[in-house]
Design a protein around this ligand. Structure first.
Ligand SMILES: Cc1cc2nc3c(=O)[nH]c(=O)nc-3n(C[C@H](O)[C@H](O)[C@H](O)COP(=O)(O)O)c2cc1C
Length: 150
C-alpha cells in the first residue's frame, strides 16, 4: 500500500472562502491515487517551537539525561521523522510568504533535520538517512513576477 504524506504549512489569506492550495492538492491526490493512504500533517495545528534554548537543549541532551519536557520534545521530533520515513511520497504545500517559505515549514525542517537520526556526518560530508522518496512541492503565490506568463 502506497502512503502519501501531505504537509500543509500555511493558511491561505483570510479573504479566500477556502484554503484553496491545500484543499485542491488533497482532492487531486485522492483522485489520482485512489488506493493510497493519504496522511495529512498540519503544521499550523502542530505549533512547533522555534529552535529556542528549550528545543535545542532537548535535541542535544543525551537520552538518559533528559528531563520529562526534553523527552517529550524528542518524542515529537522522532514521531515526525518516523511519519516521514513511513511515507513513499511526500507532497509539500508551500505557499509563498514574504518571498520565502512560511516559518512553520522552516520550523518543521528544523524538527526533522536531526544528526544521527535523519542524517549523519560522514568523512565525505553529510548523508541523508531519509531515502527513496519522491518529494513534490506544490508552490502557490498571490503575485505575478515581471516577465512571467499570466
Ligand atoms: C503574510 C503573507 C505573505 C505573502 N507573501 C507573498 C509574496 O511575497 N509573494 C506572493 O506572490 N504572494 C504572497 N502571498 C500570497 C500567498 O502566497 C497566497 O495567498 C497563497 O499562495 C494563496 O494560496 P491559495 O490558493 O490557497 O489561496 C502572501 C500571503 C500572505 C498571507
Amino acid at each position: 500500500m502506497t502512503t502519501i504524506l501531505q504537509i500543509n504549512s500555511a493558511r491561505a489569506f483570510a479573504r479566500r472562502p477556502v484554503d484553496a492550495a491545500r484543499r485542491r492538492t488533497h482532492r487531486k491526490l485522492q483522485q489520482s491515487n485512489p488506493g493510497a493512504t493519504l496522511v495529512k500533517r498540519n503544521l499550523l495545528a502542530d505549533n512547533l517551537s522555534h529552535l529556542d534554548d528549550a528545543t535545542l537543549g532537548a535535541f542535544f541532551t543525551p537520552a538518559d539525561q533528559r528531563t520529562p519536557e526534553q523527552a517529550a520534545i524528542n518524542a515529537k521530533s522522532e514521531a515526525l521523522i518516523n511519519e516521514l520515513q513511513a511515507a513513499d511520497s511526500v507532497v509539500i504545500v508551500a505557499l509563498l510568504y514574504n518571498f520565502g517559505i512560511s516559518s512553520q515549514l522552516k520550523t518543521y525542517f528544523d524538527w526533522i533535520a536531526r544528526a544521527g537520526i535523519s542524517f549523519r556526518y560522514t568523512a565525505t560530508g553529510p548523508e541523508g538517512l531519509v531515502k527513496g522518496k519522491k518529494v513534490f512541492v506544490v508552490s502557490a503565490r498571490g503575485g505575478k513576477y515581471v516577465g512571467t506568463p499570466n
